[in-house]
Design a protein. Structure first.
Length: 382
């Protein structure tokens, strides 16, 4: 067994030292992976796991660890040990995914025998401490350390065999990590509900119910860090909305641009805090009715509507982006590119990288030109 754990958790939970008990000791231990999962770190962990003949991988931490572990399963199965090999593998995966998406095929439903690679066989166990939701997906995202471009690939057998939710353990996450990854969960809800794909009543129901778990739950944990009931509600909300992946529903530009904004020094969840309201404003001309339904759901929650009113909003004169902006400011998390040190001099690179992300094409208004990305960035520049 190889254990990947966030650097913050063991000091807060001495009981985790049972992993070092000689009778149960893992053959390897990786103490943390940098945000946005640099491929060089994943390759190092993969080489270590291969050398030690690991028969199981366990993660205790957030989305970067989870993505790293999922990628490791594929790299181990396909004997990938260098960055160049990984780039070639990712290019083949991207080409296959592009062809499937253009044909209207649900990528999640592709039989493993039709995917041009060796199937992973090592089991993965995930113990999440954030709300990124990566444990519910068989896709893994990682960043090329030389180009800064973040890419995604996956396989039906890359998902974990077991997920263990422990609300107490999540209290060891820094506040900004918990809250911002919760907003990532909100982003999943919004982009799943306000999608351009055909009507799906089950998806709409799950996205709305997850949305109304996450927003009040985050506000509650902001006020009371040890509110485990609110934490559980948030975790269940993340679980519910991730049905979008099983249905082959792609998120939109908030995710697509966010994937490339992250490697510029912005946290995984913070990308959603900055981009989601801007993307909603941009998309409003084609999905205003759906946005209105989500806004109404927020105003129907007393704990949320009171925040909106305190922030000077009225239901009749505000939209969903305004409401989410108020919630995010109440949570005290970054709302602009300027706050995270991303200036206009980097917008061109960000725009170019974003156009390579399939989530931008899946946006309700397909984002296929740099000018479109720049327009969205102007709405959250700060």
């Amino acid at each position: 067994m190889v254990a990947l754990e966030g650097e913050l958790y063991r000091p807060a939970f001495p009981s985790l030292t049972h992993l070092e008990n000689p009778a149960r000791q893992p053959c390897g231990n990786v103490a943390g992976i940098q945000p946005h999962t640099p491929w060089n770190e994943v390759l190092d962990a993969t080489k270590d796991a291969k050398q030690k003949k690991a028969d199981c991988i366990v993660t205790i931490g957030g989305g970067s660890l989870t993505d790293g572990a999922k990628a490791m399963l594929l790299l181990l199965a396909n004997d990938i040990t260098t960055l160049e090999q990984l780039r070639e593998f990712q290019a083949r995966a991207a080409d296959t995914q592009k062809k499937l998406l253009s044909s209207g095929t649900n990528v999640q439903s592709i039989p493993s025998k039709d995917i041009p690679c060796v199937c992973p066989t090592i089991p993965l166990i995930c113990i999440p401490t954030t709300l990124s939701g990566g444990e519910y997906s068989h896709f893994a995202g990682g960043t090329d350390p030389e180009t800064g471009h973040k890419s995604i690939f996956g396989h039906p057998f890359c998902g974990p065999r077991l997920i263990i939710d422990d609300t107490k353990l999540t209290t060891t996450s820094p506040e900004w990590v918990w809250l911002s990854t919760g907003v990532r969960g909100i982003d999943h809800c919004v982009e799943a509900f306000c999608r351009s794909q055909p009507e799906d009543t089950e998806m709409d129901r799950e996205a709305l119910e997850a949305f109304t778990c996450l927003v009040p739950g985050l506000l509650r944990t902001k006020k009371n860090w040890n509110d485990e009931q609110a934490r559980l509600g948030c975790m269940l909300g993340v679980n519910r909305v991730m049905i979008m992946l099983k249905k082959g529903i792609m998120p939109g530009a908030s995710h697509g641009i966010g994937h490339q904004l992250g490697p510029m020094g912005v946290g995984h969840g913070e990308t959603s805090c900055i981009l989601l309201p801007a993307v909603l404003k941009y998309n409003a001309r084609v999905n205003a009715k759906k946005q209105e339904r989500m806004k109404a759901a927020l105003w129907d929650e007393p704990s949320v509507s009171s925040v909106l009113e305190q922030r000077g909003l009225t239901k009749s004169s505000s939209d969903l982006a305004d409401a989410l902006d108020a919630v995010l400011r109440e949570l005290g998390i970054p709302r602009s590119l300027k706050e995270k040190g991303v200036g206009e001099d980097r917008y061109g690179t960000l725009a170019k990288n974003s156009l390579r992300d399939p989530c931008c094409t899946a946006n309700p208004i397909p984002v296929t030109k740099e000018e479109q990305v720049l327009e969205i960035l102007s709405l959250c520049a700060g």
